[in-house]
Design a protein around this ligand. Structure first.
Ligand code: UD1
Length: 428
């Protein structure tokens, strides 16, 4: 009975035989968290937008479905995605699409700018605790948008958008991006204070300016948008994915071996590199290549605390906790951004991890090795942490519900196999 239930719920799984060291090079994909707001921004112009080297992940596929629903034409040409929004004719994102993708909320800014109307079901995405959108909505209201809630939908209307000063209560990535999108064609100047400083914000600024927008300050904490009348098509290559890069470095540190990342940006993950060096990894950086070498059991770092950029990223917290589990000594990992981002902990315990979670803190006492087990991925980054743990473990593991991992890692098992990892995907 239980087996039949599992068959219905878990469509694909990974089988991993742990213990292999990882050797070789891996190409880092274009950043998921840059590509998604850039695709949302494509709605702002009638010109053709070409986004280069788009990763083959389900979050992108879902965003493309949403764009198509809005009436945009979106098609892949190799790895490039070409979007033609000149034929967009719909301002509504229904719940079945919005629930697939939290980033659908970024479309509020661009859809309201285009149609002066937007209707979007409350967004979905990873189940990592309360993910409110109050800052997005407060910001849009400051630009003149009237917002109501109707049967699970956020409904936005305006006669016109007018620039204003907006002070964010906390430096939310999504709210900063959404307000930028709404402001680029607003009348006058918008100043976003306490803006997020993540590299993806700077990337969105570059993309918008490539379309003819006038945005400056991204990365500094204050973003200034001078509204323009028209935006044009452009071609754009977004930045490399710092979270995918970090995930591969941590996997290499856990399994041992020597792994080179190609098309990576060391500056974007300096907080991680700092911790991995403290752990005892050897790391070399040469332009856009990062090489990590490790051939011994690592030593714990005392504490890791997630913070907005340039602090330690919450999106690498789970992977780093998995690493702490097999280091010599004890660590405290503190999650400051999202509640319930420790859902993967019971899974790591099945593999022999010694972790106690109290509120926002995970107290980790290092054990010699993980052992293989049957595990369930509950979210994207927690799922990636389980993969690294299983690759480093003694014995065989199964990881169920890997659709979460597919949201953000393109060709994950293929890349890991090329490095020597024994990992296959099976349909169940
Ligand atoms: C983005 C990233 C996600 C990353 C996160 C933090 C994308 C597609 N996703 O998510 O991978 O984990 O940044 O780096 O880029 N908050 C509010 N009210 C709001 C908005 C946010 O209180 O209206 C709070 C959140 O609950 C959270 C904090 O602000 O505690 C940071 O969230 P935010 O930066 O908005 O994350 P996302 O944009 O959702």
């Amino acid at each position: 009975m239980e087996y039949i239930l599992l068959l219905g719920v878990y469509m694909e799984k990974y089988i991993i035989n742990g213990g292999n060291k990882l050797y070789g090079s891996v190409d880092i994909q274009t950043a998921k968290n840059s590509v998604l707001p850039i695709l949302a921004a494509a709605v702002l112009t009638d010109g053709k937008v070409t986004v280069a080297d788009v990763p083959h992940i389900s979050d992108v596929r879902n965003m493309v479905k949403i764009l198509s629903r809005l009436g945009c034409r979106a098609e892949f040409c190799g790895n490039n995605l070409i979007i033609d929004s000149s034929v967009a004719d719909c301002y509504e994102i229904p719940s079945e699409l919005a629930h697939e993708l939290r980033s659908s909320v970024f479309l509020l800014g661009s859809v309201i700018s285009r149609f002066h109307m937007a209707k979007i079901a409350y967004p979905g995405g990873c189940d990592i605790g309360l993910r409110p959108v109050d800052l997005h909505l407060t910001g849009l209201k400051r630009l003149g948008v009237e917002i109501t809630e109707e049967n699970g939908y956020i409904v936005c209307k305006c006669d016109k958008l007018t620039g204003n000063e907006i002070m964010l209560d906390c430096p939310s990535v999504g709210a900063t991006e959404n307000i930028m999108l709404a402001a680029v064609k607003a009348e006058g100047v918008t100043v976003i204070k306490n803006a997020a400083r993540e590299p993806e914000i700077e990337d969105l600024q570059k993309f918008l300016n490539a379309m003819g927008a006038r945005v400056r300050g991204a990365g500094s904490g204050t973003v200034v948008v001078q509204g323009v009348k028209e935006l044009f098509g452009c071609e754009y290559l977004p930045i490399p994915d710092r979270i995918e890069a970090g995930t591969f470095l941590i996997a290499a540190a856990m399994c041992g071996g020597e792994v080179e990342l190609k098309r990576a940006c060391a500056e974007h993950i300096s907080s991680l590199l700092h911790k991995l060096r403290e752990n005892g990894c050897k790391i070399r950086v040469n332009n856009d290549k990062i090489v990590l070498e490790n051939n011994r059991r690592l030593t714990s770092v005392k504490s890791i605390e997630t913070q907005p950029y340039p602090g330690f990223p919450t999106d690498l917290q789970a992977q780093m906790t998995a690493l702490c589990c097999i280091c010599r000594g004890q660590s405290i990992v503190t999650e400051n951004l999202f509640e319930t981002r420790f859902k993967y902990v019971p899974e790591l315990r099945k593999m022999g991890a010694d972790i106690t979670v109290i509120n926002r803190n995970a107290f980790v006492r290092g054990v010699e090795r993980f052992h293989g087990a049957t595990l369930v991925a509950h979210d994207l980054r927690g799922g990636a942490a389980l993969v690294s743990a299983a690759l480093s473990a003694v014995g065989r593991s199964e990881i169920l519900d890997i659709s979460h991992i597919d949201r953000g890692y393109g060709a994950f098992e293929y890349k890991l196999r090329r490095l020597g990892g024994d990992i296959v995907r099976l349909s169940v």
